[in-house]
Design a protein around this ligand. Structure first.
Ligand SMILES: [Mg+2]
Length: 298
């Protein structure tokens, strides 16, 4: 296995959990409220509306880990039914947080047994893209059609929506580019064309304009904040601090920016204070699963 890929895969998973834990403290706050309380929010300290312990993560990370386990159980394949069963078991275990669209479509699955939610223009939330990392890791090097099928198999369990699909496709393409091709020496701008392609397909995603503060759970606003933060900064720490201080759905913008910036900048770029602050069980689970997902694909 390529050591560089392994390092970046682990950094992506750790980045996801760190962004989630960091952002959860300021979820649903406005940038002004965050400034008033913390000046700049830059430490993993728990609290927030979920009253988290310092280092505790939310649904973004725990759904990703549940999805990754389902993929590993299926020998590396992303099967819709296995994903739905894993998410349903995750929901039954009473997670600290759960999105409305996720809950509604998992309750429907519980009764119907059909792991594909009906297409809905209202299901354009960020719940499918926030947990996409295990699919990206399990499909490195696979043909585009198979990657696309895998992305939809997990996403459509809860979010059957073209805007959500567009975000998932784009983020996976960016992660694959970083993990496979763009080694040390590249800049964040090398990934800009992926976001530009998304904007060309769905003009809603236009992000080079007004600062996207207070991003909601609408996947378009979430990705606008992530793109702006990622392209405006040159290291992992600045990227995450930028995105979570925008407030709004800060645990999820933190999680998505964290997986992208983690993959891009690598393990050494992740501040030690954040690695230490993260719940050690979560930290270990992320590191172990990243390795396992890489190993099973080959
Ligand atoms: Mg969350």
């Amino acid at each position: 296995m390529n050591a560089t890929i392994a390092d970046r895969a682990q950094a992506a998973y750790l980045g996801l959990a760190i962004g989630d834990a960091l952002g959860a403290t300021v979820e649903f706050m406005t940038p002004g409220e965050i400034r008033h309380k913390y000046r700049v929010h830059r430490d993993i300290r728990g609290g927030g509306w979920l009253r988290l312990k310092p280092g505790q993560v939310t649904d973004d990370t725990t759904m990703s880990l549940a999805l990754g386990r389902a993929i590993l159980t299926q020998g590396g394949r992303v099967e819709a039914l296995a994903c739905a069963q894993a998410f349903e078991a995750w929901m039954r275990a009473k997670p600290v947080d759960i999105g409305n669209t996720v809950r509604r479509n998992l309750v429907t699955f519980r009764h119907s047994g059909n792991p594909v939610a009906p297409p809905s223009e209202h299901d354009a939330g960020n719940g499918a893209v926030m947990r996409i990392l295990p699919v990206a890791l399990a499909t490195i090097g696979e043909p585009v059609e198979r990657v696309s099928t895998a992305i939809r198999a997990q996403a459509h369990v809860t979010h059957h929506n073209v805007l959500s699909d567009g975000a998932c496709d784009t983020l996976v393409a960016m992660l694959h580019a970083v993990l496979e091709k763009i080694g040390a020496g590249g800049t964040a701008q090398d990934l800009r064309h992926f976001a530009t392609v998304l904007v060309a397909r769905h003009a809603e995603y236009t992000f080079d304009g007004k600062l996207r503060d207070n991003p909601s759970g609408y996947v378009v606003e979430t990705m606008q904040a992530v793109f702006q933060a990622f392209f405006a900064t040159t290291n992992f720490e600045d990227c995450l601090i930028d995105v979570v201080n925008r407030g709004g759905d800060a645990d999820t913008t933190g999680a998505i920016a964290g997986m992208l910036a983690g993959a891009f900048y690598g393990l050494d770029a992740i501040p030690r204070r954040w690695r230490r602050a993260l719940d050690p069980n979560v930290r270990d689970a992320c590191l172990v699963q990243a390795q396992a997902l890489l190993a099973i694909r080959s």
